[in-house]
Design a protein around this ligand. Structure first.
Ligand code: PTT
Ligand code: SF4
Length: 603
């Protein structure tokens, strides 16, 4: 069978022990790879209730069956662990040569446990694996680390690294690669830091196993061509995700003033059109012919790679209407290894708390100079930065009272850049996402704006689950970029074909949907296992969207209805086979081959 090596690289940093272990191919078929494989490994290897920042937490770096092969946008990988931000399952997806090299080194995933006594990095060259001293790298920003490692090992490597924020275990520290790709929003960079692990360097030269190379080559050629011939291709190449600023403004979902509003009069000051004028280069993840990395010159003439989420969260959400300044904050976030979405939320929360007199410090909306210092202080956990480094759930808990309502998070993960006052299905998508309030599992907002926008219909719940299965299940397990499908309409059947040609198995949509259900349900079981007193209220979006109506724009007066939201949530649970508290039922676990989770959930 092609697609998987059936081998994991295990590294115990406490003992300095490195081993290669076989993994049952049945598990690989059932969980596909990436996120699916990661949650299965975390379930097995992590002791229940483990402290995410302790040596006993496991960090997984996982590829998928299409990784390492020249297929459309296949150069991504998943980093996953128990999250120090949410205390539940956490992962992120990074476009990096590390994906190519991991697969070509002969491994499906790397599993890292323990804590090194002194800073180290892991060096993998096919089967030759070593722990290398990293005292001279500790303290460096994520760009300089990569530069240094490239000087040491040559250009033909993949690097995953942390910056100062990961070292100091900021709860939303990320893993960074290639100076502008960053993943692991729920603090996967902090987990690396807690292990004294500064970087992972991978060089792989093997040919991944493929069942039918000739057919695969033809399918890939056809798919690449389809992408380039898509009507939206030229516009995508110009703007990439930055086109979403205007779209969000038009649809009243642009996060503004800590998600108080969904429109902003100054949106043109951060728009995709303006970005085009500042654009000096375009970058792409490996194997991608859609290259959406928009590189601009920032306030200090430095290069910064912009995406919608970064610009909305560090622009409209904190009322900073100057794209070069926003680009500077974005570059700092990459250098330090801070998630821009959680950072933008934490800053917005602080500004609102300051405006309301809930903190003694004064931080004005849009005050670039103050924010710039605060970003650095957050990465280094200095002064007010130590407060920001905790994320909005903990910041609001320490202030108490009304602050809890305007802390924009679900399960501790800050909300990504779509306002939901007038978008009930998107609110449910955040509520039931597998890592907290992230849009990656279901960007249902694009469907919602085209249908009966304010309804809480059953169709929306069905659509949500099908999107979660494709985006959060299929793409996160294949570890392939979803944007050729989302943005340019590449038919999903191409992925089915490629998966069949690589593995030699006859994949059907039934098999994919069952695997996706299995993955989603095991992730839910993992959350329930880790939370004493789990309840459905963890699946509720922030209080603001229920209590504070929009005061501007086409949806002025809109807010969510708690009774209708609860009905929608119950419909969602019923469709997934979970009980009225969102806990998977024993028969659902059994149907999905997850009976091993049953006894744990019963406890
Ligand atoms: C992703 C989240 C996103 S989603 C964005 S912008 W987006 C932010 N990017 C950050 C960044 O940059 N620097 C930083 N310091 N923090 C950042 N936080 C935010 O992280 C990203 C692209 C994008 S750009 C999107 S939508 C798609 N996401 C995919 C996904 O999740 N899965 C998948 N199979 N394909 C995807 N394709 C697209 O990839 P997280 P990347 Mg990212 C700089 O990491 O944790 O998953 O959160 O990975 O390689 O940068 O590509 O408008
Ligand atoms: Fe990377 Fe963009 Fe290509 Fe996706 S579309 S693989 S995010 S460059």
């Amino acid at each position: 069978m092609g697609g998987w090596w059936g081998r994991l690289l295990r590294v115990d940093l406490s003992r300095g022990k490195i081993s290669i272990v076989e993994i049952d191919k049945r598990i690989l078929v059932d969980f596909i790879g990436g996120r699916g494989l990661a949650v299965r490994l975390l379930w097995d290897l992590n002791p229940p209730g483990v402290d995410p920042l302790s040596p006993y937490n496991t960090l997984v770096v996982a590829s998928g069956p299409l990784s390492g092969l020249p297929l459309p946008s296949s150069g991504k990988l998943v980093v996953a662990s128990k999250s120090p931000l949410t205390n539940g399952y956490g992962d992120g997806n990074i476009g990096s040569m590390a994906s190519h090299h991991l697969k070509r080194a002969g491994f499906d995933a790397i599993v890292i446990q323990g804590r090194a006594r002194k800073p180290v990095y892991i060096y993998v060259e096919n089967e030759k694996v070593s722990l290398e001293p990293a005292e001279d790298l500790w303290g460096l920003d994520s760009f300089s680390v990569e530069d240094k490692l490239v000087r040491e090992h040559g250009r033909n490597i993949g690097v995953l690294a942390i910056g100062p924020a990961g070292e100091r275990m900021v709860r939303y520290a990320t893993v960074v690669s290639q100076k502008g790709r960053s993943g692991g929003r729920p603090g996967i960079g902090a987990v690396m830091g807690s292990k004294n692990l500064k970087a992972i360097v991978i060089k792989g030269t093997l040919q991944p196993p493929v069942s039918d190379m000739e057919s695969l080559r033809k399918t890939a050629e056809e798919a690449y061509r389809k992408i380039m011939e898509a009507p939206g291709y030229d516009y995508w190449i110009r703007q990439g995700t930055m086109a979403t600023i205007v779209w969000s403004q038009q649809n009243s979902v642009l996060p503004t003033m800590n998600f108080r509003e969904g429109v902003w009069e100054e949106y043109e000051s951060i728009s995709g059109d303006l970005m085009e004028k500042l654009k000096v280069d375009r970058r792409a993840c490996p194997y991608c012919n859609m290259g959406c990395g928009n590189v601009v010159r920032d306030e200090f003439n430095e290069l910064s790679e912009l995406d919608y989420e970064n610009v909305a969260m560090l622009g409209s959400n904190i009322l900073l209407g100057d794209l070069r300044k926003v680009a500077d904050l974005n570059r700092l976030a990459d250098l330090y290894g801070l998630d821009t979405i959680s950072l933008g939320n934490s800053l917005g929360f602080l500004m609102e708390a300051s405006e309301k007199g809930l903190v003694k410090e004064r931080v004005e909306w849009g005050d670039y100079k103050a924010v710039r210092e605060l970003v650095e202080d957050t990465a280094y956990k200095r002064g007010l930065g130590s407060f920001l480094a905790e994320g909005v759930m903990r910041m609001s808990a320490s202030l108490g009272g009304e602050a809890v309502d305007f802390a924009m998070h679900v399960k501790g993960l800050e909300v990504s850049a779509y306002d939901c006052h007038a978008a009930p299905a998107m609110a449910l998508a955040y509520g039931t996402s597998s890592i907290g309030a992230h849009h990656k599992d279901a960007w249902i907002i694009s469907y919602e704006v085209k249908t009966d926008r304010l309804s809480y219909s059953r169709e929306k719940v069905e659509k949500l689950i099908s999107l979660q299965n494709i985006r959060g299940g299929l793409f996160e397990s294949l570890t392939v970029c979803r944007l050729p499908w989302v943005e340019l309409g590449l038919e999903l059947d191409y992925y089915l074909r490629m998966l069949s040609e690589v593995t030699g198995l006859n994949w059907t949509w039934d098999m994919i949907n069952t695997a996706a259900d299995r993955i989603y349900t095991l992730i839910r079981a993992y959350w329930v296992r880790e939370f004493d007193g789990w309840s459905k209220y963890y699946d509720y979006p922030p209080g603001r969207w229920f209590k504070h109506p929009l005061t501007k724009g086409p949806y002025k007066g809109a807010k969510l209805d708690p009774v209708k939201y609860e009905n929608m949530l119950q419909e969602y649970y019923a469709m997934r086979g979970w009980d009225s508290n969102g806990v998977p039922k024993p028969e659902t676990l059994s149907k999905l081959g997850l009976t091993f989770a049953s006894s744990v959930l019963k406890q």
